[in-house]
Design a protein around this ligand. Structure first.
Ligand SMILES: Nc1ncnc2c1ncn2[C@@H]1O[C@H](COP(=O)(O)OP(=O)(O)OP(=O)(O)O)[C@@H](O)[C@H]1O
Ligand SMILES: O=P(O)(O)OC[C@@]1(O)O[C@H](CO)[C@@H](O)[C@@H]1O
Length: 309
């Protein structure tokens, strides 16, 4: 089974306007509301791809009904820990004239030690050898930034496969526990490592992470494509040209495809193709919508993957 763990879920409000003028009243052209947060998005995309997952993590007591109703209507199994307060609403601004995408993410609710213990005991009881756990997103208040390290240690003891998608100290500490797979974007990588802008320097950082004991590293680079780095092979995917409607959740779609591909015992190159096609299919959807399987399959026919080394 694939489990996604979202410690800080969100409602995503995507606001489309021609241009954002700071310090003025701006009128939106339209706005869209989706349920999100990185792990929740991963569950949404796994469902679109034809897979199953169980969404774990926290959810704010005050507005949980709407959130869980959406998950249920999408057919996504969930077992979230209810915590005091509201699940945050993150604002995504799309300026359509210049194709500028701006995120304003809130901090979110606060977690008590009891909340965390409740989540840990769920993880302990679910995890079985060979299960895939996706740990992703920012940390809510009240959670130490070594939380992913602790979760990885618990899950590894159970023999689970762990995919980590985090940033800052949470990623740095998480890496120390050697998850099986990590998917940093270029900015997340820069928070931890110093490197030049050229592709070889980026690949060197990925290889350094592999040397530290991580099995697969996917570095996503937005409109510059992505690298898939494993022990003795590196693949590069060119970005696919599409009409971009929202880039939010592109990385989550990659993570979803990777976990789905592993659960179906797909070959690495095929997994990477699916990951890039899923990400591209996500950016042609408005808001934080999961890509359709039909679009993913169409893009799979055209995706260009080359061996980098
Ligand atoms: N503008 C774009 N044009 C073409 N492909 C894109 C574009 N933006 C993203 N992609 C595809 O999506 C992949 C993931 O994008 P990105 O690196 O922005 O992920 P991310 O920052 O983790 O996203 P998020 O945190 O919103 O989920 C890229 O590697 C690329 O394949
Ligand atoms: O604040 P975090 O947890 O880093 O990111 C949260 C978030 O930006 O990630 C998803 C896209 O990847 C969105 O659905 C959500 O709003």
């Amino acid at each position: 089974m694939i489990y996604t763990v979202t410690l800080n879920p969100a409602f995503d409000k995507t606001i489309y306007l021609d241009e954002l003028i700071k310090g003025h009243v701006n009128r939106s052209v339209k706005s869209i509301m989706d349920i999100g947060g990185k792990g929740i998005n991963v569950s949404k995309v796994i469902k679109s791809l034809g897979g199953e997952s169980i969404a774990l993590g926290f959810i704010g007591d005050e507005n949980k009904d709407k959130f869980i109703k959406c998950l249920n209507s999408m057919g996504i199994k969930n077992d979230l820990v209810f915590v005091a307060g509201e699940t945050r609403t993150n604002i995504k601004i799309v300026e359509t004239k210049a194709n500028i995408y701006t995120d304003i993410n809130q901090r979110g609710f606060s977690i008590t030690p009891e909340d965390l213990e409740e989540l840990l005991s769920k993880l302990r009881s679910y995890a079985r050898e060979g299960d895939i756990f996706v740990l992703s997103g920012s940390l809510p208040a009240g959670v130490d930034n070594d939380v992913y390290m602790n979760l990885i240690n618990i899950l590894k003891e159970k023999g689970a496969i762990i995919i980590l998608d985090a940033d800052g100290e949470a990623l740095k500490n998480g890496l120390a526990a050697k998850p099986d797979i990590v998917k940093p974007n270029i900015n997340e990588l820069r928070m931890i490592y110093e490197f030049d802008d050229d592709f070889n320097s980026i690949v060197s950082v990925g290889r350094e992470i592999i040397k530290q004991g991580v099995k697969k590293v996917i570095i996503s680079m937005g409109n510059k494509g992505a690298f898939y780095i494993i022990e003795d092979e590196v693949f590069y995917a060119k970005p696919q040209r599409v009409e971009v409607k929202s880039t939010v959740g592109a990385g989550d779609s990659m993570v979803a495809a990777i976990s789905f591909g592993i659960s179906k015992y797909m070959e690495d190159k095929e997994i990477f193709k699916l990951a890039v096609s899923s990400a591209t299919a996500a950016i042609i959807e408005e808001g934080t919508k999961a890509p359709s399987r039909e679009n993913v399959d169409e893009l799979m026919k055209k995706v260009s993957i080359e061996r980098w080394m």
